[in-house]
Design a protein around this ligand. Structure first.
Ligand code: WT7
Length: 642
């Protein structure tokens, strides 16, 4: 099934089909000239003359873009729009409670960011220092990011759903001295005890000397004298001007922690010039964005989607960006569509998991809203199944809105594979084609390059400006994780099919990373939380297909010898993981496993565990190399039916 490019889109688009072909020809013929021109979309204090210097080779590994350029991202997102667009709306904030919303102009956003930047400075934060941001979806979250960017501090945003332990680990890893949080958050009518979580986390973070506490609910939360400082009075006293710090293109902009197949979460580090170019260019191309259009990305700023497509990309493009505090089904499952009507949203960008949950409620909650303002729909975070795609297109978009299914990763900074609304015919379930200058390759397990219509592991053979530059504090891990599996290439960790038209269909992770409702997690992290419980001897976690969440979490748990498996213990373990990592990491199924399938050398055969969890019992494969093949019979017999 193919949906052709609507004529009106081809006519208005920044890049139509011919433009896409032409861009590909130019980037191949003259990459330096091409990227120099793309970089020219930003305001540089000193324009770059060195454009690209990259080697993925082990001996000479480095990635540098625009390296002699100087700029400030906050000035690009705010100051440069002031002469002509100071009264345009930068942010529309929509509260969890539908009665609360607010518009913030570029002039106001500039002032707020300067105030917060001045407060940070007055507390001793300087260029290069790390600042941890643990805030709900309120405008201050965006101000905090831009305030850091303004003074050259490196922000690390931690999603408000993370536990005190997870927060502490992230604060320690990047050695933040200052944390910005709120008294409480509000989500779906429920209170999120942010300050309480910070207080608990900081018991293990002696390096933090200052916590700025934004008042969201006004609740009375415990404040430690000398350390915890209400932001309100500081803001009121702060100056409304703060000169943006000139930053080198390769100076760090932010760290964002993400899960891998092994070990603790990695601090993905993005730098200033390349990231800002990539976020802004892709936001304009993929959403065919023009200033004045109302644009809404429903992500949380705690994830990379919120960084690139709520804050940096849109603001660099003088957009009006909606910041939504709430959830899709509160107060009712019409909420998304009501907000679209209320603010006349034209471009709407959300995740398949939200669509699948709303689909389950039927069409009525959608139909009772107008949605006439909508022109373009987007999807991100996980593969979108054709059924959800078609529902999104037919019911939400009433058949008139193209859908851009955007594939990318925390590591890639912003989008790499996506249709362009005026250039690309759509196939439901396919992220379609790479953006100009993004060189995809499919390889088999041994690294042999696969041509034509085929399936394999998705690699990228050359750099793009928005690529991450290192794992904070562990450059070796950066190389080992992404560039050692297939030498000379960036390995994405995703499996992918390419069809006869050269369209790409991402099939999901091929490593031990799982994607649960768009939340990326390492199975190793959940295992390590489980074995931290005093009754657990061993645990193995795998993903299984889940109708709403995309993937669910299936845990096999071996208890200590004297412990009885009970329903209460099962509940206790679910609660334990919620507390250790965060509510979204709660296992969907826990199976008691007297033994785990291991090879004679002691390696757990996860393939078998996945097959049992998926109920694909006819395909268990060769079990003869197991130390104790009988273990498998027990696993199959006691499989949780769910
Ligand atoms: C992983 C990256 C993209 C930013 C938010 C998630 C999966 C993401 C798609 C898509 C199929 C997708 C991949 C990827 N993914 N977008 N359109 N189609 N899969 O970023 O948390 O770093 O996760 O999300 O598996 O590797 P992330």
């Amino acid at each position: 099934m193919v949906f052709p490019v609507p004529e009106a889109w081809a006519e208005r688009a920044h890049m139509d089909a011919a433009g896409y072909e032409a861009a590909w020809k130019r980037v191949q013929a003259d990459p330096e000239g091409f990227w120099k021109e793309v970089a020219g979309r930003l305001d540089w204090i000193k324009a770059p003359t060195k454009i690209k210097d990259v080697s993925y080779a082990k001996e000479d590994f480095h990635i540098r873009w625009f390296e002699d350029g100087v700029l400030n991202v906050s000035a690009n997102c705010l100051d440069r729009h002031l002469p002509t667009r100071a009264d345009d709306v930068a942010f529309i904030w929509e509260g969890d409670n539908p009665a609360q919303s607010r518009k913030i102009t570029y002039r106001e956003a500039h002032e707020e960011v300067c105030r917060m930047a001045n407060v940070l400075k007055s507390r001793g934060v300087a260029k290069g220092d790390r600042v941890t941001i643990y805030l709900p979806m309120i405008p201050e979250a965006a101000y905090a990011m831009l305030a850091c960017a303004r003074i050259g501090a490196v922000h690390s945003v931690v999603f408000g759903g993370f536990s005190p332990d997870s927060l502490a680990g992230r604060i320690q890893d990047c050695d933040s001295r200052l944390v910005i949080t709120a008294d409480e958050g509000l989500r779906g009518g429920k209170v999120v005890p942010l300050m309480r979580n910070v207080a608990a986390a900081l018991e293990d973070c002696p390096g933090v000397d200052t916590v700025l506490v934004v008042s969201r609910t006004g609740a009375d939360v415990p404040m430690k004298a000398g350390r915890d400082i209400p932001y309100g009075p500081e803001r009121a006293a702060a100056g409304v001007d703060c000169a943006p710090e000139p930053m080198n293109a390769e100076d760090p902009l932010f760290i964002l922690y993400t899960s891998g197949s092994t070990g603790k979460p990695k601090g993905v580090l993005h730098t200033t010039g390349g990231y800002a170019v990539w976020a802004s260019w892709t936001h304009e191309l993929v959403f065919d964005y023009r200033p004045g259009e109302i644009y809404w990305c429903t992500a949380d700023v705690g994830w990379v989607t919120g960084h690139s497509y709520i804050v940096y990309g849109p603001l660099a493009n003088a957009a009006t960006s909606v910041i939504f505090e709430g959830v899709p089904n509160y107060p009712t499952s019409s909420r998304f569509w009501e907000v679209i009507d209320k603010h006349q949203v034209e471009i709407f960008y959300t995740a398949p998991t939200a669509l699948r949950a709303l689909m389950r409620e039927g069409e009525a909650p959608v139909q009772r809203t107008s949605r006439k303002s909508l022109r373009l729909l987007g999807s991100v975070g996980e593969p979108i199944n054709p059924e959800a795609w078609l529902w999104y297109h037919r019911v939400v978009g009433e058949g008139r809105c193209p859908i851009v299914d955007t594939w990318w990763q925390t590591e890639t900074g912003a989008c790499l594979v996506s249709p362009l609304p005026g250039a690309t015919a759509l196939k439901p379930g396919s992220a379609t084609k790479p953006l100009p200058g993004v060189y995809l390759q499919l390889v088999d397990a041994e690294g042999k390059v696969l041509d034509g219509a085929t399936s394999g592991n998705l690699c990228i053979t050359d750099s793009w400006p928005g690529q991450m530059r290192t794992v904070y504090g562990d450059h070796q891990r950066f190389f080992d994780t992404y560039f050692s599996t297939y030498p000379g290439k960036y390995f994405t960790g995703d499996g992918c099919r390419r069809d006869e038209d050269g369209y790409y269909w991402i099939t999901g992770r091929v490593d031990d990373v799982i994607n649960v409702s768009g939340h990326r997690m390492g199975t190793a992290e959940i295992e390590s939380a489980l074995v931290g419980h005093h009754d657990v001897a061993e645990a193995a976690v795998v993903g299984f297909p889940h109708d709403i969440k995309g993937q669910g979490i299936y845990a096999y748990v071996t208890l200590k010898a004297d412990v009885q498996p009970t329903e209460n213990l099962r509940k206790d373990l679910v609660l334990w993981v919620r507390q250790e990592i965060g509510p979204f990491a709660a296992p969907d199924a826990i199976q008691w496993a007297p033994g785990l399938p291991k090879t004679r050398s002691g390696k757990i055969m996860r393939r078998i565990l996945r097959k049992v969890a998926e109920n694909d019992l006819g395909n268990l494969g060769d079990t003869s190399t197991l130390a104790d093949p009988a273990v498998v019979d027990d696993l199959v017999k006691n499989r949780i039916g769910r």
